[in-house]
Design a protein around this ligand. Structure first.
Ligand SMILES: [Zn+2]
Ligand SMILES: [Zn+2]
Length: 182
């Protein structure tokens, strides 16, 4: 598998798992295929639950707005991944770096390594603030808890979708109209 220079696919995969959690292990594996991973994972009975744990830890990084705290949580996650980087050229993919332990190909452990390093690449190359929850959901009573991975050129994506951006715009408009200061 490749981690492109920006770590983009790994972060988008983590967001997809967080936003739309698969109901079983096969669903998680299918999601890794969707995002371009090609490897086979060793199967263990706790895979589904343990992968959920990895995603929950990753969501703490998403929710840590302060850069120092965000870095600390991410460093913790990378430390648990335990591997040193290795050059590999399996499957005619060309030489690339793996950040995971070659001896451990369990689904949760590989995803922890790929997602944590991918997130570190994303935040350091694109910008430390380019990972958040959808801004629409930050208004009381709004149900959106989706993750926003900002890979836009200008780095100003705040909403997970056009629908959420529109809902927030309507709210702002109503707030202005009912404001006594108009
Ligand atoms: Zn690879
Ligand atoms: Zn949203």
């Amino acid at each position: 598998m490749h981690l492109n220079p920006y770590g983009e696919y790994a972060v988008l995969m983590a967001a997809s798992l967080a936003d739309d959690w698969p109901e079983d292990r096969a669903g998680i594996e299918a999601r890794t295929r969707e995002f371009g991973m090609t490897m086979d994972f060793a199967e263990a009975s706790g895979d589904h639950r343990r992968t959920r744990g990895v995603i929950d830890e990753w969501l703490r990084i998403v929710d840590a707005g302060e850069p120092g705290e965000r870095a600390r949580l991410l460093n913790d996650l990378m430390a648990q991944a335990t591997a040193y980087p290795r050059l590999t050229d399996h499957g005619q993919e060309g030489w690339h770096i793996h950040y995971r332990d070659e001896a451990n190909d369990s689904l949760p452990d590989v995803l922890r390594a790929v997602i944590s390093v991918g997130t570190a690449l994303h935040l350091t190359t694109r910008g430390i603030h380019r990972l958040s929850r959808c801004a629409a959901g930050q208004t009381d009573g709004d149900p959106c808890v989706a993750v926003v991975v900002d890979v836009t050129r200008n780095g100003r994506q705040r909403y997970c979708s056009v629908r959420c951006a529109n809902r927030a715009a309507v709210r702002r408009h109503r707030a202005r109209r009912s404001s006594p200061a108009r």
